[in-house]
Design a protein around this ligand. Structure first.
Ligand code: 3AL
Length: 190
């Protein structure tokens, strides 16, 4: 899985124990947005506990997503907000998405960059019927614009595959965040 190429602090095996201790409600509350606005994903994988590593959690999520019918995958892609879209401009993104879009520089676009991305996002949605999804934490604004320009020429099947691959990268980074926040909480309460 591509996630292993994501460069950042890798959680240790022991860190997954904080997730194994959560009851269903806590698990869904804390992991409810690891795939944007799709708490069903966390709800589904909870029954796969105990997990032996964070990679194991991510694999369970990946397997669940891969098992969805095409229209389910398209549905997941529709749950992400546009990159540099209306919600970004209006400050109405989820906390996760706000941090991700900020890290890619999408809050500091020139008017021209904003217009270009908005135009391409609309064309993309018109062609495929779902949103262009790309892991903003692993890309800067120029790469996002270039990605939009290239990927818009792909077939629908290719874009479902690529978009879902990007959603899994976003999910991995959010999972690491949850565990790190949770560990800090556990340590603070000792
Ligand atoms: N459309 C899209 O890719 N949105 C997202 N990507 C990301 O890294 N965070 C998002 O909300």
């Amino acid at each position: 899985m591509q996630v292993l190429s994501v460069k950042m602090a890798q959680p240790t095996t022991r860190q997954v124990e904080v997730l194994n201790k959560l009851n269903f409600e806590e698990f869904v509350e804390k992991l409810g947005n690891i795939v944007e606005k799709s708490p069903m994903v966390a709800a589904a994988v909870w029954s796969k506990r105990p997990f032996c590593s964070l990679q194991d959690v991510h694999k369970a999520i990946g397997d669940f997503i891969d098992g969805l019918p095409i229209y389910g995958k398209e549905g997941l892609l529709r749950c992400f907000p546009d990159l540099a879209g209306k919600l970004t401009r209006e400050g109405r993104l989820s906390a996760d998405s706000t941090g991700e879009q900020r890290s890619a520089g999408l809050f500091d676009l020139t008017t021209e960059e904003q217009t270009n991305i908005a135009r391409l996002n609309s064309r993309y949605k018109e062609k495929f019927g779902f949103r262009f999804v790309l892991c903003a934490r692993l890309n800067k604004k120029d790469a996002i614009l270039a990605g939009l320009k290239t990927r818009i020429n792909n077939s629908k099947d290719e874009e479902i595959k690529t978009g879902i691959g990007e959603a899994k990268k976003i999910c991995w980074l959010r999972l690491v965040d949850v565990v790190q926040r949770e560990r800090v909480g556990v340590i603070a309460n000792l």
